[in-house]
Design a protein around this ligand. Structure first.
Ligand code: DGY
Length: 322
């Protein structure tokens, strides 16, 4: 960055040390040492105090903040590919730039989707629980059986970057057949996949459904009716956003055995995970770990910093949302 006062930046959560050091050098940066979400009031106040905010999925950036009188923030550089935490329409109206961190987390998130597919279909949570509770009474040919995924149908809802990477792994590494729903047909997929006409058609056809849509809509894209179309021996995986599916309907379907199981890394109202869901043995639950590797979190931080640097240098942002 050239001459003049350094732009004032609020970083809402802890970032990997090399990223914090970089930001500290280039900006008049305020960090949140607690690594807990700031209160909505503190976040709103920050919008009138700083030139830039670097939030994560745990910070809700509202129209009130973006359109507040006396707002000083010019850019919201999200550390995350998903930006359903930000009112992007309000940002557009207010002329606030929003950026995100795509690509660098695609592989890690697809890896985690596969981990959940395997955990769900091989029922590893129930088995590990039995063992840790001292209830394992030895090897059995007929006990603890899961299902093989070789030759089964994986239904992808949302064939964006992460949906494709998940499908590619499942097809090449595990011999799954791929069907998908995506608003538009995708011509250049490096694996064989059939696009079906609706979410319902994918839900009904698949042995495993994996959700890869952004969330943040007024209502869940994957509804109770869609879940009702799934086969009783099918599994549902979500590594996207908790509000992409009707969570209450999923809990009911799992509790009543209307589907075989699920693997969830995201929840409707994080960090709240309903007791009814936590009590179920046919679901593997992870605390939003899709991109959680050291390498990837550092890359995400640097990409968010690249976006900030470009903004304040007046050059094109590597990944601008609006
Ligand atoms: C993302 O990048 O969207 C992850 O879910 C973390 O926010």
């Amino acid at each position: 960055m050239s001459g003049g006062a350094r732009p004032s930046l609020l970083v809402t959560r802890r970032l990997p040390a090399p990223v914090e050091a970089r930001l500290d050098k280039a900006y008049d940066a305020t960090f949140n040492p607690d690594d807990r979400p700031l209160s909505p009031e503190a976040l709103a106040a920050a919008f009138c105090k700083h030139d830039a905010v670097m939030p994560t999925v745990s910070d809700r950036i509202t129209a009130e903040m973006l359109q507040a009188e006396g707002r000083r923030v010019q850019i919201v550089a999200n550390v995350g590919v998903g930006y359903s935490n930000i009112d992007v329409d309000a940002a557009t109206q207010a002329g606030v730039v929003v950026s995100n961190t795509p690509n660098v987390l695609t592989d890690a998130t697809a890896d985690l989707a596969l981990l959940l597919i395997l955990a769900a279909t091989r029922r590893t949570y129930a088995a590990e629980k039995r063992l840790r509770e001292g209830r394992w009474d030895g090897f059995s040919i007929v006990g603890g059986l899961g299902r093989s995924i070789q030759g089964k149908v994986l239904g992808i809802i949302g064939m964006g970057r992460i949906g494709r990477a998940t499908a590619a792994r499942a097809a090449a590494g595990f011999g799954m057949e791929i069907v998908y729903y995506n608003r538009s047909e995708i011509g250049d997929l490096p694996f064989t996949a059939q696009r079906l006409e609706s979410i319902g058609a994918v839900m009904a056809a698949a042995d495993v459904v994996s959700i890869h849509v952004p969330g943040g809509g007024a209502a869940p894209l994957v509804t109770a009716d869609h879940i009702g179309l799934m086969k009783p021996e099918a599994y549902l995986i979500n590594t996207a956003r908790g509000d992409s599916l009707d969570q209450a309907a999923l809990v009911a379907a799992l509790a009543e055995g209307r589907i075989a199981g699920a693997g969830l890394d995201v929840f409707a109202n994080e960090p709240e995970v309903p007791e009814a869901l936590r009590a179920l043995e046919n679901v593997t639950l992870l605390p939003h770990l899709g991109s959680a590797t050291r390498e990837v979190r550092e890359a995400m931080g640097h990409l968010a910093a690249d976006n900030l640097d470009a903004f304040f240098m007046g050059t094109a942002l590597p990944s601008r949302v609006v």
